[in-house]
Design a protein around this ligand. Structure first.
Ligand SMILES: [Zn+2]
Length: 260
C-alpha cells in the first residue's frame, strides 16, 4: 500500500510531449512505465472522460455524455468512493468545478477548488496548494487536476506554438507537485482526451489517443507498456496501489506487465 496520486493534464496530446521542453514529464516517463498510445472514450469530452476514469466504465454505462453533469444512469462507486469506504483519506485539487461530481458526497476528506482553468497561470494555484497541503495532511489518495492545457488548445489550437508553450508552463507546475510527494509514492499521470484544430470530442485518433504514465515502487523504469491501455484501466491501477480491490462493476484492468 502506497500513498497514491493521480495527476490529470487535461487535453495533453502524447505527440506534444515529444515536442515540448518538459523535463519533469520526460524524467517521470524515464523513471516509470508508460504508453503514448492509450485510448480515451467516446465522446472524448472532459466530464464523460473523468466519469469513466474514476468509475472504470464507458459513457454507455454511466450515461454522462456531455460536460453538463447529470446523475449517472446506473450509479456505481468510483475510486474515491471505494477508497473512502475502506477508510482511506482522500483529497482533490482542481480548477474546473464539474469535477465536484466525480465522487459521492462525503467521500472526500479534503478538497481545493478555484475557478482558474481559463487563465494562463491558472494551474499554478492548484499545484502550489497541492504541494502545500499534501505534506501536511498526508492523504492516502489525491487527485490533482490541471486544466489550462485544454483551455490553450481551445483558444489557440492543439499543437499550436501557444499550446506547446502552455505545456511547458504546466510542466514546471507538475515539478512543484512531484517534489512535494513522498519518495515511495505511486503516481499516475495522464490526459483525458487529445484534440485537433480548436476542439475535441470526436473519434479521430488526435482526440482519442492519450498519454498514460505510472511511476511507483515495483514498476519498471523506462518501460513502454505494450498492451492496449484505456482510461478505464486507471481506477483499477490506482486501487491496486492503495491496497484495494477493484469494484466488481469496474470494467478496466491494471496493466500487469509494468511490474518488475
Ligand atoms: Zn478535458
Amino acid at each position: 500500500m502506497h500513498s497514491t496520486y493521480f495527476i490529470m493534464i487535461d487535453g495533453l496530446r502524447p505527440d506534444a510531449i515529444t515536442i515540448a521542453n518538459c523535463p519533469n514529464l520526460k524524467s517521470f516517463i524515464a523513471a516509470g512505465s508508460s504508453t503514448m498510445n492509450a485510448r480515451s472514450v467516446m465522446p472524448s469530452i472532459t466530464l464523460p472522460c473523468h466519469t469513466s476514469i474514476f468509475h472504470s466504465v464507458p459513457p454507455t454505462r454511466h450515461g454522462i455524455t456531455s460536460n453538463v453533469w447529470t446523475p449517472m444512469a446506473r450509479p456505481l462507486p468510483g475510486l474515491i468512493d471505494v477508497a473512502a469506504a475502506a477508510g482511506k483519506t482522500t483529497a482533490a485539487f482542481h480548477n474546473w468545478e464539474p469535477l465536484r461530481n466525480i465522487n459521492m458526497p462525503e467521500a472526500l476528506t479534503l478538497s481545493f477548488y478555484k475557478n482558474t482553468s481559463y487563465y494562463q497561470d491558472g494551474d499554478d494555484i492548484v499545484a502550489s496548494e497541492a504541494a502545500r497541503m499534501i505534506p501536511v495532511h498526508k492523504p492516502n489518495f489525491a487527485f490533482i487536476y490541471l486544466g489550462t492545457v485544454d483551455t490553450w488548445g481551445h483558444v489557440f489550437g492543439w499543437m499550436s506554438d501557444e499550446y506547446i508553450k502552455q505545456i511547458e508552463h504546466v510542466d514546471t507546475q507538475l515539478g512543484i507537485v512531484l517534489n512535494a510527494l513522498p519518495d515511495d509514492a505511486a503516481v499516475v499521470i495522464q490526459a483525458d482526451h487529445g484534440g485537433h484544430d480548436r476542439g475535441h470530442g470526436t473519434e479521430m485518433p488526435e482526440d482519442m489517443t492519450i498519454p498514460w504514465m505510472v511511476r511507483a515502487p515495483g514498476v519498471k523504469a523506462g518501460y513502454t507498456i505494450q498492451r492496449a491501455v484505456s482510461l478505464l484501466d486507471t481506477a483499477p491501477t490506482l486501487a491496486h496501489f492503495l491496497g484495494l480491490q477493484p469494484h466488481h462493476q469496474w470494467e478496466g484492468r491494471m496493466p500487469e506487465e509494468m511490474f518488475e
